[in-house]
Design a binder for this molecule. Sequence first.
Ligand code: ATP
Length: 235
Amino acid sequence: MSYFLKLNNVVKYYGEGESRMKVLNGINISLEKRKICAILGPSGSGKSTLLNVIGGLDSVDQGSIIIDEKTDITKLKRKEIAQYRRGYLGFIFQFYNLIPNLTVRENIQVCEYLASNPLSLDELIETIGMAEHQNKFPSQLSGGQQQRCAIARSLIKNPELLLCDEPTGALDSKSAKDILVLIENVNKKYGTTVLLVTHNVDIEHMAHMIIHMKDGSIVSSIENSNRKNAKDIEW
Ligand SMILES: Nc1ncnc2c1ncn2[C@@H]1O[C@H](COP(=O)(O)OP(=O)(O)OP(=O)(O)O)[C@@H](O)[C@H]1O
């Protein structure tokens, strides 16, 4: 079996001395390409930390994180990590981080210029359902529309791996559903592997793989044989 993402015994501490705390306690994950993986668990269980170490935003104290069966990102130098992030990764957070004085189209375009192999801008704007809003500024958009724009910003460079930290956390249930349908469409259309951290247990229904964390450990990791399409889930 070949895996796009493989974590072997990843351990991460925060703090020093008395306050030193093991936040990731020997994490093992094997994820195939083109899959959606949901990571669930209570607050403080280590979900965001896990996403951050996979995204090269934070270092590990032990273990390896192998991408595409060839690169152990825990061994990369600073410059190589930046290249990895630029070449492979898209990030989506709860807050959208759009540039306020640029339109939707321009916000996405900024990231297009930085990419070596970008997707078609017009096609992507169409895919995210923002064609009629593309000349608006972020302040003229709803939260869901802003998140669509933020997703397009991370997708324009055609990343292999999309890391989402509570992408629907700030949205009402209707907008949240729209965003999840969009993430699923992106996964299908572009073959993007998706890792999605969330508190929303409904999201697990649309995932191919569901990981539950507690106190820095994985308590269960299951293949979802009954997965549903996001549009068919009652949110
Ligand atoms: N930069 C940091 N320095 C010290 N401790 C940290 C740091 N970041 C996170 N922690 C601690 O690590 C633990 C895991 O935090 P993390 O944010 O990964 O949890 P989480 O599962 O994503 O929580 P939530 O669902 O509330 O976002 C928590 O106890 C947190 O207080």
